[in-house]
Design a protein around this ligand. Structure first.
Ligand SMILES: Nc1ncnc2c1ncn2[C@@H]1O[C@H](COP(=O)(O)OP(=O)(O)O)[C@@H](O)[C@H]1O
Ligand SMILES: [Mg+2]
Length: 349
């Protein structure tokens, strides 16, 4: 596969800045069971919260981020403040942040079925169209919710199959939950100019605009990554990307658009699916399909679930946004002040 002329290290500075500390000493009421994954910011463990008596509620996933200024940076701080705001059936539930002698611990509900990348591999590398659609609908519902959080929305900036968890992989229609807001950002905080995300999932503007220090729209970049997720689910591959050519970025975008239109895998699919995929993966963000466009798309709308009261599924997000506003105004979970103090302590060791 041809790739963009950047390496993963150019995209994610945390890969070369950090070595994850191994000596994890959790708070005394947390029992480590097994390591799930060692990522860029920390290590995720399946743990047991011994304060809780109900057996089905004791399992937790804890992201251990080493204390100290090298690891507790702006991204970690943002992640903590963002996950606190996300209450949604397709997003892993954040329970609390804790400080141990060695780490900042972010505690989430444990999702037992592994991540979507592993699931797709287990299914033979790609999914049947009906299942890819069912998964894509759930991802869109979750991302739409994030994009609508007041005042200007939360952007994820690292949407990929490894950051999506599968709750019940043995069922015919598994439930998905989005995890990892380690690169998340409240839109409009300051201009989005940084190169973040994962190479093959990143929208072209992240390269050509951020190298010039220009702002790009994080919501449109998330939509591109959703397109890459759909492509991966359907074909098991990433969309083909042109090498950065010598010419201007406009010429580069034109090359990419031609390459996409000529993708032989797309040519074998229904016109509606081709239209959706080329809309999502449109290299030029100004011409890319919008979130409203996805909701109106004919391929996306097939078998779209409805709410229990018969209303359109997108209303679930409207309802959850109202609920979230209410919850954040009440004594729900840890307050912003508490979390600020905790993160500050974790930073200074
Ligand atoms: N709540 C959870 N339940 C089960 N597994 C999880 C949970 N959260 C994360 N994981 C697993 O740990 C991996 C790394 O977590 P993630 O939040 O993506 O951290 P990183 O920033 O290191 O990528 C995920 O890809 C997933 O496989
Ligand atoms: Mg991740």
């Amino acid at each position: 596969m041809r790739s963009l002329p950047l390496t993963i290290n150019d995209i994610d500075p945390r890969h070369w800045q950090r070595t994850v500390a191994m000596d994890i000493r959790p708070p005394r009421f947390i029992e480590k069971i097994k390591e799930i994954d060692r990522g860029s910011s920390g290590t995720v463990w399946l743990c047991r919260d011994t304060r809780i008596e109900e057996p089905d509620k004791r399992d937790i996933a804890v992201k251990f981020i080493p204390r100290g200024p090298l690891h507790i940076d702006e991204c970690v701080k943002r992640e903590v403040f963002i996950v606190r705001k996300l209450y949604h059936r397709h997003i892993t539930l954040f329970r609390e942040a804790l400080l141990s002698p060695s780490h900042l611990c972010l505690v989430f509900n444990y999702v037992r079925g592994g991540n979507l990348g592993e699931y797709v591999v287990g299914m033979g590398g790609f999914l049947p169209e009906y299942l890819a659609r069912f998964f894509f609908q759930q991802l869109v519902l979750a991302v739409d919710f994030c994009h609508r959080i007041p005042p200007n929305g939360i952007i994820n900036r690292d949407l990929k199959l490894q950051n999506v968890l599968v709750e019940n992989p043995n069922e015919s229609f598994p439930k998905l939950l989005l995890c990892d807001f380690g690169f998340g950002k409240e839109r409009g905080e300051d201009p989005t100019v940084s190169k973040l995300g994962t190479l093959f999932y990143a929208a072209p503007e992240i390269f050509f605009r951020s190298t010039r220090g220009e702002r790009y729209d994080g919501k449109m970049a998330d939509i591109y990554s959703l397109g890459v997720c759909l492509h991966r689910m359907l074909f098991g591959t990433y969309p083909r990307q042109c090498k950065r050519s010598e010419g201007s970025s406009t010429q580069w975008l034109q090359h990419m658009e031609l390459e996409l239109q000529g993708d032989p895998q797309l040519l074998r699919r229904s016109p509606h699916l081709v239209c959706l995929l080329t809309g999502l993966l449109q290299p030029n963000p100004d011409k890319r399909m919008t979130m409203d466009g996805i909701w109106e798309d004919p391929w996306f709308s097939i078998d779209l679930p409805i709410n229990a009261d018969g209303s359109h599924i997108r209303n679930y997000n409207t309802m959850m946004l109202a609920y979230q506003k209410q919850a954040l105004n009440s004594d729900y979970g840890q307050s912003e002040n508490e979390l600020t103090e905790l993160v500050q302590k974790a930073k200074t060791c």
